[in-house]
Design a binder for this molecule. Structure first.
Ligand SMILES: [Zn+2]
Length: 157
């Protein structure tokens, strides 16, 4: 097995993420007022650009390079409840009741904004996946901390 260079990996994932964001922007829905307010509260600068697309399963790059690395770092698409591609958010239909998922994914949008590009975020995120166990690096820790901002049960979200 030949491992790809880090740059190959960043290129492949960035290209895929750009396609997915375009797909979600085209087919997804904008945020409700409550979701918009929540996104702003966790630091998103342009919540009006966010689109959400509910899917039976969160898609995953069909690229051998990416799949090889994903399996090495313990990422499994079938376990993924949500995935944020800058302003595009995929949410698995059966996980939208998990209230923490909204601020978590919105926080990832804010991270993309802070990096200034999909590539910038992906470089940092892939580095984190390679260096830390999934869920234990700084970007995931930051997103998990935002889950405390979830709106209470029964509110309009
Ligand atoms: Zn996350």
């Amino acid at each position: 097995m030949t491992l790809p260079t880090f740059e190959n990996l960043v290129n492949a994932v960035t290209r895929w993420a750009e396609e997915q964001e375009a797909n979600i922007v085209k087919h997804g829905r904008p945020l409700s007022p409550a979701e918009h307010a929540l996104a702003a509260r966790v630091g998103v600068r342009e919540p009006h650009r966010i689109r959400v697309l509910l899917v039976p399963e969160v898609p995953f790059p069909n690229d051998t390079t990416v799949l090889t690395v994903a399996s090495l770092v313990g990422l499994h698409s079938e376990l993924t409840a949500g995935m944020t591609l800058r302003y595009g958010i995929y949410l698995r239909s059966d996980s939208i009741q998990q209230r923490g998922i909204w601020p978590h994914e919105f926080r990832h949008v804010a991270q993309y904004e802070n990096f200034g590009s999909i590539r910038g975020f992906m470089e940092a995120y892939l580095r984190e996946l390679i260096n830390c166990r999934y869920g234990h690096g700084p970007l995931e820790t930051d997103a998990r901390a935002a889950e405390a901002h979830a709106l209470p049960e029964g509110s309009d979200l």
